[in-house]
Write a protein that binds this ligand. Sequence first.
Ligand code: UT7
Length: 334
Amino acid sequence: MSINRLNRNAKISGVAGWLPDYVLTNEELSRMVETSDDWITTRTGIKERRILKDPSKATSDMGANALNKLLNKCNVGADEIDLIICATVTPDMLFPSTACLIADKVGAKNAFGFDLSAACSAFIFALDCASKYISSGQYNKVVVIGADKMSSIVDYNDRQTCVIFGDGAAAVLLEPDDECATGVIDSILKIDGAGGDYLKMIAGGSLNPASLDSVKMGHHFIYQDGKTVFKFAVTKMADVAEQIMKKNNLSGEDVDWLVPHQANLRIIDATANRMNIDSEKVMVNIHKYGNTTAATIPLCLADWEDKLNKGDNLILAAFGGGFTWGAVYLKWSY
Ligand code: UT7
């Protein structure tokens, strides 16, 4: 195989999602913390989220389930995969990487792989990265998995965060499109570490290793300054979506689908407004799954797969902890 053949796109040739069975409703949460279905619905758009209850299962199990489903669907053997990129903020453990664990679980004996950490933007960062490996000519079958067991880092006494997050996973298969007719066309990706203090997990890393104190102080849970994160998310996600449209001469009418990260329905609506696109063209499943972090965008693709047509213009947009944010322009391939 030749390396550095720069004349091919990376197209998505399949997508599959996997969600745990347990449904945590707003009503059940209202019995756990001081909140209400009305507050959660009006402030976030969320009605229910899925939770992985089995304590022996983790992010890699959800990712492996999504990947097995994808491989069956696409009639591709696990040993044919060249590369697995797992986008996650809830790896099973600090190492080995979740990609290694998934490769082992599905039997991807010939794959290279790694995890990509960019919180809620991780899937689009990973998709862009995967597309570069394909367009360089280095690999032909690349899998990008967005998977997060958010329930493992959520404090169910903190009503600011526990109402938002859920668990889930989804995987896409990328292959070359030698005609460059479809696939990943463009991306604008950003980070700003000055935002780090507003959304983080304080302990468990090399700065604050796990200790009795860190556990006592709840530093292994998500800390979020929701108001500040909201303020940045609502402008940055819309900015970047608008920029990628302008860069590619796309009007609101040219865009067939907005595939937004599902953090808050108000952020999604603001982005769609700035892009000047109708609400029927916006993928929204936040009411069913909440914020599954790296899994939101591929879960949308899985839910909408039957409605998509070859050549459809999709704008994927996300914002997350870091801060990280970005947009990808993708032409649907099948
Ligand atoms: O995906 C990664 C990036 N994350 C995001 O994009 C999340 C961005 N942030 C948000 O989505 C929103 O800020 C939240 C959903 C987290 C919070 O919504 P908000 O409209 O910003 O509420 P707030 O934090 O301004 O709080 C308003 C009030 C407060 O009460 P007071 O001070 O007005 O009396 C809160 O204590 O709502 C209270 N509150 C709640 N009440 C009932 C906060 N959480 C809850 C709750 N139930 N779950």
